[in-house]
Design a protein. Structure first.
Length: 138
C-alpha cells in the first residue's frame, strides 16, 4: 500500500519541522490523511507539503510512487511564481487535489492549535475560508 510508504517518506522529510503551534509537523499531514478514503488519497495527503517545505524532489517522488500520486502532490504544491488564489484555482482543476486541499484547509482553520493567535493568524484564517468557498463552488 502506497500510503504507508508515503507516511514514512513524509515523516522523515518533516522530521525536524514544527507547525505554527510548535508541534511536530508530521501531525498535520497525518490529520489531513485521516480524512481520506483511498490509498491514493492518503498517500497524497501525507506527501502534500514535501515538495514545498522539504528537500524532497519531484524526481525522487517519481522514482517511488505512481504518476497519479506524484501528480497530486505537484498540483498541491504552491509555486513561487503564483499568487495564493492562482494556486487555489489550479488546485480546483483536480478532484483529488481539491479533496485533499479542503481537508488541509479545515485542519489549518483550527485556531485552537495556536496558543496565542495573532492578528496575522486571524487574517490567514479569512484567506483559508475564502479558499474553501472557492473550492466548494468550482
Amino acid at each position: 500500500m502506497f500510503h504507508e510508504f508515503a507516511f514514512q517518506i513524509a515523516k522523515k522529510a518533516h522530521s525536524k519541522q514544527v507547525d505554527k503551534a510548535g508541534k511536530d509537523y508530521i501531525l498535520h499531514p497525518m490529520k489531513v490523511a485521516s480524512y481520506m478514503d483511498t490509498d491514493t488519497e492518503k498517500a497524497v495527503a501525507y506527501l502534500h507539503d514535501v515538495l514545498e517545505d522539504t528537500n524532497v524532489t519531484e524526481d525522487e517522488l517519481r522514482n517511488m510512487f505512481p504518476n497519479e500520486i506524484v501528480d497530486g502532490v505537484i498540483t498541491l504544491t504552491h509555486r513561487k511564481d503564483e499568487s495564493y488564489f492562482e494556486y487555489i484555482s489550479r488546485v480546483s482543476t483536480s478532484k483529488l487535489a481539491k479533496k485533499i486541499k479542503v481537508a488541509d484547509l479545515l485542519h489549518n482553520l483550527d485556531i485552537t492549535r495556536i496558543k496565542e493567535p495573532t492578528k496575522q493568524d486571524y487574517q490567514r484564517l479569512e484567506k483559508y475560508k475564502k479558499a474553501i468557498l472557492y473550492l466548494a463552488t468550482h
